[in-house]
Design a protein around this ligand. Structure first.
Ligand SMILES: Nc1nc2c(c(=O)[nH]1)N[C@H]1C(S)=C(S)[C@@H](COP(=O)(O)OP(=O)(O)OC[C@H]3O[C@@H](n4cnc5c(N)ncnc54)[C@H](O)[C@@H]3O)O[C@H]1N2
Ligand code: MOO
Length: 407
């Protein structure tokens, strides 16, 4: 079987992905990062009354066009306690920020621009009629749609949603990703591994990546290299209506690599298997109807690189979220040898120079089992198939592992 180019594999996977349309109602405290399922209209008008933007004196602007105007103080309006009367000619009301501007008044004089007199105040500054008054409905008006369906809720959108008097929001359900790690050798972290056992580590990285991308994760734990055990786990995933089933390990060609054969027996339709990439060659993609299946290779770095290239974009599309921008151009700190037919994702450190250029330096060892080097890496240098030797200082494309730290 020939190896599929990475871009074609990504395109084939994503072209089949349909956004999850189911809706759930969540409280505001759970809504950050979620995608609105419906337009959200204001349930009230804000501000609900003409309100003062400053601490000072409410008055008729025409009464104080010139400094030195004398006004009679007739009452107070503070936030939560309106003045019930009307401000007449030559009168003023003490007012505080956020308080309703009383009937009759149309302007607010800053308290710094007033001197107290026996009966009220004398202005020390010319008033511009209408100044420091926030008109009713300046922010939003009851019934008007303010946030549109498809908007990703964040801190500012949460604030306006709360301000519009919504205690809950209707959002798209998160795609459900069921995760199972296969391998007789695997034990969970915290256990004492036997002589031929290792810790199932990549489960945690893939689960974190999936959650950060916007998915709910159903961790089905460790499954033995056994067809019946794998079948049972996959049945659990399908019963839970997983949108994506992710298997870890057992994707290659060894006698114990049973994942693909087991899934095919269970009715999976195979889309493709084996990609022209390093690491991650044995990646398998298939489906049970609308349920996507991603068979990730067992080597931790291979599974995480495949997670960044395939799982994250798939989840983002299913969740109606924009793709994460990881692509950047950089300068290679050292020369890199010519590449073979597999697109290489080379673990590297990246440093942003004061002028803004990104300088990347590959690690000497690139074994796909080495978690520590991957954890120390800031980016993957992308070496396209058959790329010629790259001289030190040459331009290369990179994929940022933590784009938010290298902006
Ligand atoms: N004859 C060939 N052998 C291999 C090929 C090939 O084309 N021909 N491909 C190699 C490549 S590339 C990779 S990558 C690996 C991936 O193989 P599998 O997906 O079958 O992975 P396993 O054999 O199950 O495991 C590989 C390695 O990773 C460890 N592992 C497995 N699961 C986990 C986990 N959840 N957390 C941490 N580590 C895990 C496992 O113990 C093995 O050491 O195949 C090559 N072989
Ligand atoms: O491609 Mo495997 O993923 O080299 O380690």
């Amino acid at each position: 079987m020939s190896l599929l180019p990475v871009a074609e594999a990504q395109e084939r996977l994503l072209s089949r992905a349909k956004p999850v349309m189911a809706v759930e109602t969540v409280s505001l405290s759970e809504a950050d990062g979620r995608v609105l399922a419906t337009d959200v209209a204001a349930r009230l008008t804000q501000p609900p009354f003409n309100s003062s933007a400053m601490d000072g004196y409410a008055l008729r602007g025409e009464d104080a066009l010139q400094p030195g105007s004398e006004l009679l103080l007739i009452g107070t309006s503070s936030a939560g306690h309106a003045f019930g009367g009307t401000v007449g000619a030559g009168e003023t009301v003490r007012i505080f920020t956020g308080a309703p501007v009383p009937e009759g008044a149309d302007s607010v004089l800053l308290q710094e621009d007033a001197e107290k007199t026996e009966s009220g105040i004398r202005t020390t500054y010319a008033v511009r009629p209408g100044q420091h008054v926030r008109p009713r409905g300046q922010d939003f008006v009851e019934g008007a749609p303010v946030l549109m369906a498809g908007t990703v809720v964040d801190f500012s959108r949460l604030t306006v949603a709360a301000g519009m008097n919504h205690a809950t929001l209707d959002v798209r359900c998160k795609p459900l990703v069921a995760l199972l790690a296969t391998g007789d050798e695997l034990v969970t972290p915290g256990q004492q591994p036997g002589p031929s056992q290792i810790i199932a580590s990549s489960t945690f990285g893939i689960a974190a990546l999936a959650r950060k991308a916007g998915a709910e994760v159903l961790d089905l734990g460790i499954v033995a290299d056994d067809k019946a055990a794998i079948t049972t786990a996959v049945e659990r995933a399908r019963k839970a209506k997983a949108d994506v089933i992710v298997t870890l390990g057992g994707a290659s060609v060894g006698d114990h690599d049973l994942v693909q054969a087991t899934l095919l027996d269970a009715g999976m339709e195979l889309d493709f298997w084996r990609i022209a990439m390093r690491p991650g060659k044995p990646l398998m993609v298939g489906s049970f109807g609308d349920t996507h299946v991603l068979g990730l290779p067992g080597n931790p770095v291979s599974s995480l690189v495949c997670g960044l290239l395939f799982l994250e974009p798939l989840i983002r599309k299913l969740a109606s979220l924009p793709p994460v921008k990881r692509a950047a151009m950089a300068e290679a700190a050292v020369s890199m040898k010519a590449n073979d037919q597999r697109q290489d994702y080379v673990r590297a450190r990246a440093v942003r120079s004061p002028s803004g250029d990104l300088r990347v330096e590959p690690f000497g060892k690139q074994d796909s089992s080495m978690m520590k080097i991957f954890a120390e890496s800031d980016c993957l240098i992308i070496r396209p198939p058959h790329a010629p030797e790259l001289a030190a200082g040459g331009a290369c494309e990179v994929m940022l592992i933590r784009p938010e730290l290298l902006v």
